[in-house]
Write a new protein. Structure first.
Lengths: 109, 138
């Protein structure tokens, strides 16, 4: 998945075999918490510690940061502790979404 | 068991720490994952609201084998119209709060959805107390 979105992997490396069937894109964290994020990858332009905390609450395993956003040390450390894999992609949220859609990931609705 | 946490106004570095801590405790106690998720999503939303919309406050959590009761009490502006605030998409979040990823107007609806009992006591100009209960053995 990281290669598909031209991304760099950070945080936890333990999700390489985690099977993803859906993707959800949002910069608003309560939108993320509204959905059941099992088997889902989050695509977001929000890059701060709250991205990681929300991922923890939502039991997310993989989050893609779009538009070249870089996770800071505190984010990476917390992601490691929480078992979250971060993929930093240089592409826009729209492009990442298109690539993942093409690859067969499903939307919620 | 009883736990207390302090909440600081506008501190988005620590916001969510209480919820993370409660999540760890519930895991250790062997609570079912779907009940942990419901509980911490509701608590997290209430915690964020106290940081984002109020002037800080306190969280009290009581957990026993049957249920978890969470009280998030803040000093703050209060909520003038609860029915409006409960509506999906209604938000008065400031630009700074939106920058942190909040302001979808989904927090209170998420709390409602994930709790078995929800009580909001609010007085304009004084503060808001959100009391949430989740039953753990259903
Ligand atoms: N503790 C509080 N003190 C004062 N006002 C509050 C409090 N909690 C909620 N509100 C008011 O209710 C509105 C709706 O809250 P809700 O949590 O549903 O959405 P939000 O916080 O604006 O955005 P989101 O939670 O989706 O990030 C808020 O915008 C705010 O006006
Ligand atoms: Mg909110």
């Amino acid at each position: 998945m990281a290669a598909l979105v031209g991304g760099k992997v950070r945080g936890s490396l333990e999700n390489m075999d985690y099977e993803i069937t859906k993707a959800f894109a949002s910069d608003l964290m309560s939108d993320v918490l509204r959905e059941d994020m099992d088997d889902t990858v989050l695509i977001t332009g929000l890059c701060n510690i709250q991205t990681i905390r929300t991922a923890d609450m939502a039991e997310l395993r993989i989050a893609i940061l779009s538009r070249g956003k870089v996770a800071d040390d505190e984010m990476v450390e917390m992601a490691e502790d929480n078992g979250l894999t971060i993929i930093e992609s240089p592409f826009t949220t729209f492009r990442i979404s298109g690539l993942l859609y093409d690859a067969g990931l499903q939307p919620f609705y | 068991m009883h736990y207390t946490f302090k909440i600081e106004q506008g501190n988005f570095t620590d916001a969510g720490q209480a919820s993370s801590s409660v999540k760890r405790t519930m895991k250790q106690l062997g609570v079912r994952p779907e009940n942990i998720k419901r509980t911490v999503v509701a608590l997290f939303e209430a915690e964020i609201n106290a940081v984002a919309h109020a002037y800080g406050g306190q969280i009290d959590v009581d957990i026993d084998g049957e249920k978890i009761v969470m009280v998030v009490a803040d000093k703050g502006p209060g909520i003038p119209n609860i029915d409006l605030a409960m509506q999906e998409g209604y938000s008065t979040a400031s630009p700074q709060v939106r920058e942190m990823g909040y302001g979808a107007g989904m927090g209170l609806p998420n709390i409602k959805k994930n709790t078995d009992d929800l009580k909001i006591d609010t007085t304009v100009g004084v503060g808001t107390t959100v009391t949430m209960t989740v039953y753990l053995n259903n």
